[in-house]
Ligand binder design. Structure first.
Ligand SMILES: NC(=O)C1=CN([C@@H]2O[C@H](COP(=O)(O)OP(=O)(O)OC[C@H]3O[C@@H](n4cnc5c(N)ncnc54)[C@H](O)[C@@H]3O)[C@@H](O)[C@H]2O)C=CC1
Ligand SMILES: O=C(O)[C@@H]1CCC=N1
Length: 268
């Protein structure tokens, strides 16, 4: 694909551009960006990554792929603004949470459409992405999308309905881990450690635990038990998590996010 246009130039667009340019998956001169109004943001992306700024809507006609990367509430207006210029053979890939392929087909007509749910770790080649396709996406296009997403992390193909759960788990997932780190930093400083020291220790703890899960073929509960000495500190900590309804909190978190994705799909 020679010409790929990002409509929406926020955090997710930047994470993908950063990952693709850095990993040399897509040459920067193949990428174009546009947004609603913020020209400074487009100039920043141009200077930072070498992408092109879309200067004329007529050029939308030449695009091989359009990536929708705006907030769900802005999709309708964005689609209406693309519609007069999009060529019949242009493919669409959407990263917008909760917006169904059917909605995009209604807005932009029948064409190859893929929905991807990446996460912001795409910027450093560590995204965990889910992808779903409509039936017009060819095998060649599928292979290309999978290659583009594998270059910036891992990708799992699913039925579209499962993207709601993937959004709630790995799409939002980085935010949950950052939130957890914020809480650890807050309690760690109460014990007189500096925030920097707590961050250093706990970021390494997260990275080390993830690496253990990837390299040692053991279930998380087995690895957990190896840390938990009878009558020891971890046991005391886990008891406190249980009595403070840790599992209920995690279930409520993922279920609320999944339900919100379904609401967004209905335009709520
Ligand atoms: N940030 C994240 O971690 C993830 C975000 N997503 C999805 O990516 C999408 C974008 O999210 P962010 O990048 O975080 O948002 P953001 O707010 O950082 O960026 C949104 C961009 O869309 C542009 N925009 C708004 N209306 C437009 C219009 N009518 N025409 C053209 N451009 C328009 C804005 O100017 C801005 O550049 C959302 O739908 C979100 O669900 C998906 C996975 C992860
Ligand atoms: O919060 C959101 O709606 C988007 C989708 C996944 C991550 N950010």
């Amino acid at each position: 694909m020679q010409k790929i246009l990002f409509v929406g130039a926020g955090s997710m667009a930047e994470a993908l551009i950063h990952g693709w340019v850095e990993e040399e998956v897509v040459p920067a001169h193949h990428l174009y960006v546009t947004n609603r109004s913020n020209i400074e943001r487009l100039v920043y992306l141009q200077n930072q990554y070498g992408v092109n700024i879309l200067t004329n809507n007529e050029d939308i006609y030449q695009m091989d792929l359009i990536i929708l990367a705006m907030k769900p509430k802005d999709v309708k207006i964005a689609i209406d603004s693309i519609k007069p210029y999009i060529a019949p053979e242009t493919a669409v890939l959407s990263v917008v949470a909760g917006i169904a392929i059917e909605t995009i087909e209604e807005g932009l007509g029948s064409r190859p459409i893929a929905r991807v749910m990446p996460n912001t770790s795409a910027a450093i080649g560590m995204s965990a992405s889910g992808i779903a396709f409509n039936y017009q996406v060819t095998n060649v296009q599928k292979a290309l999308y999978l290659q583009m997403l594998e270059a910036i992390g891992i990708v799992i193909e699913v039925d579209e309905d499962k993207l709601h759960a993937i959004t709630a788990l790995s799409g939002s997932g980085p935010a949950y881990l950052y939130y957890l780190l914020e809480a650890w930093e807050s309690v760690g400083t109460e014990f007189g450690l500096s925030k920097e020291v707590v961050r250093k220790l706990m970021v390494q703890t997260i990275a080390g635990s993830a690496a253990m899960l990837q390299s040692v073929k053991e279930e998380p509960d087995v690895l957990r038990r190896k840390v938990t000495s009878p009558g020891g500190t971890t046991e005391a900590g886990i008891r406190a998590l249980e009595s403070n309804h840790f599992n209920e909190a995690i279930y409520a978190c993922i279920k609320s996010a999944e339900a919100r994705s379904r609401e967004l799909a209905k335009g709520e």
